[in-house]
Design a protein around this ligand. Structure first.
Ligand code: PGA
Length: 248
């Protein structure tokens, strides 16, 4: 399983940020990496990011509409993302679930839209702090997988991102033991739900991944990479996170 390190720029980035992508490309093009690198800039920069990447890393989007087109002012379909050069799309990020009221069924529909357009869906799940404190994290994440991951998910079309809501942008992370336990749980839910196909789906950890903790997190069992927010905005930080992957 090739690890995937994905950067989520969220609502950050102007044309002046494209230099970061050129620096990333320069650094990655000089290697023959045994891992995949992805940057998800705001959609306004998508096509220019694809040009800047020049094939040295993949480019994705942060959300899509479930339908291919129609009277949905302001929305963007998976087909449009694909047409702009995206190969991945994040769906069900906790910021979408919290701030836009997206529910598991919406997320599943968006994942299906991603597949329809030929994109790989990065389906995000994760518990709140209250849910973890109540001992409910496993159940919450299991239910989110059942509700958000459509049947037909494979290693090629789907990536799961486990992002505890309380770890996003806070500098707090679960312990390594907690991350290992949750990733093992997610794997067992995926295998129960998808059979053998569930064994190959990459499970990323996300939430305050930084250069100084990347190595210990990325090398845990069942951690197939990371979804990185703040530390993906500067090429130097993102490259330091990527460097946390053990050479294989
Ligand atoms: P963070 O964000 O790395 O800034 O915590 C992660 C994410 O929300 O994907």
């Amino acid at each position: 399983m090739r690890p995937l390190v994905a950067g989520n720029w969220k609502m950050n980035g102007l044309a002046s940020s494209l230099g970061e992508l050129s620096r990333l490309k320069e650094a990655l093009a000089a290697r023959a990496p045994a891992y995949d690198v992805l940057v998800c800039p705001p959609v306004t920069l998508l096509a220019r990011a694809v040009d800047a990447a020049a094939g040295a890393f993949a480019v994705g989007a942060q959300d899509c509409h479930a339908l291919p087109g129609g009277a949905y002012t302001g929305d963007i379909s998976a087909e449009m993302l694909r047409d702009s050069g995206a190969s991945f799309v994040i769906v069900g990020h906790s910021e979408r679930r919290q701030l836009h009221g997206e529910r598991d069924g919406d997320v599943a529909a968006k994942a299906g839209a991603a597949w329809r357009a030929g994109l790989t869906a990065i389906i995000c799940i994760g518990e709140s702090e209250a849910q973890r404190d109540a001992g409910d994290a496993n159940r919450v994440c299991g239910d989110q997988i059942d509700g958000s991951v459509p049947e037909g998910a494979t290693a090629a079309n789907t990536v799961i991102a486990y992002e505890p809501v309380w770890a996003i942008g806070t500098g707090k992370t679960p312990t390594l033991t907690e991350i290992t336990a949750m990733h093992g749980h997610i794997r067992s839910v995926l295998v129960r739900r998808l059979g053998e196909a569930g064994r190959g789906v990459r499970i990323l950890y996300g939430g305050s991944v930084k250069p100084d903790n990347a190595s210990e997190i990325l090398n845990l069992p069942e951690v197939g990479g990371a979804l990185v927010g703040g530390a993906s905005l500067k090429a130097s930080d993102f490259l330091s996170v990527i460097a946390g992957l053990s050479p294989s």
